[in-house]
Design a protein around this ligand. Sequence first.
Ligand code: SF4
Length: 333
Amino acid sequence: MPDQRPRVFSGMRPTGELHLGHLFGALGNWVRLQEDYDCIYCVVDLHALTTAYEDPENIRLAGREMVADWIAVGIDPSRSIVFRQSDVHEHAELFALLGMVTPLSWLERVPTYKGQIAELGEALETYGFLGYPLLQTADIILYKATQVPVGQDQLPHIELAREVVRRLNHLYGPIFPEPQALLAEFPLVLGPDNRKMSKSYGNAVTLGMPDEEIDRLVMSMITDPQRVRRDIPGRPEVCNVFSWHKLLGAPREEVDEVYRGCTTAELGCVDDKRALAARVRGTIAPIRERRAALLAEPERIDEILEQGAERARAIAAPVLGELKGAMGLAADA
Ligand code: SF4
């Protein structure tokens, strides 16, 4: 029996090893979505080229490592389709077709475009970078996905996809459903230095991090800046250590006990950080083991990606064929 559940598409650029910010953000959401949706999760390596075209050698390795992380945290490739974008040529072909019908001004007004050019410089002033929201549109509609999990900042991209779909359906008949944003609010995960957790800031607890490095990072965490001595009561509500206890799923009574101990100065920051480090180690250790086992067998990851690409192509090829036929082009035999 074909699965009648609504279809979700989402992709991640191959950035290599993921971290707690991903786990408690998009990735954790992906794992949960598997319960209620038909999920398609894509290593969007063509997108990686829009910003890393001068440094391509790591893209394949980073993709493999990222897939190991996905599976280690609970993405199940026997339920969800897990594949690499460049293995399914229909993405690039649909991107080219969409380029024929999409007014340039629609892409120029996407807010992230001008923002990122200003931030990252002229190297991004390529046709591919301007067009990447259109490649995202192609990724989604190639599977007639109806839901796309996004954060607030990605909403303009979904709006563009919906506009493009309306134009295509107007020009060539009702082929594509308008994708809907599946808006998710993720907690902002701060690193030990209270900046957003990011590998580029060197403040990320990565999913493969050894225990000693976890200890080092957690023990370096900034706490309540007013608590300059052990006997001064602290303010858990401004302390990232306290946030992490909650983020990592500490039981209610333990959270309450940290709060009480901190605000009465019975609990010192060093002791609290030690307890947090143990909690982080407990979260990371099973993920680290699973990802290491997968990475020890890279051919198994490649096999998962190949099978995923086959399943993806089985959906994508007829959809592309339908559009090509409507556009007066020959569909592949
Ligand atoms: S005791 Fe814990 S919650 Fe309180 S300030 Fe220190 S590290 Fe933060």
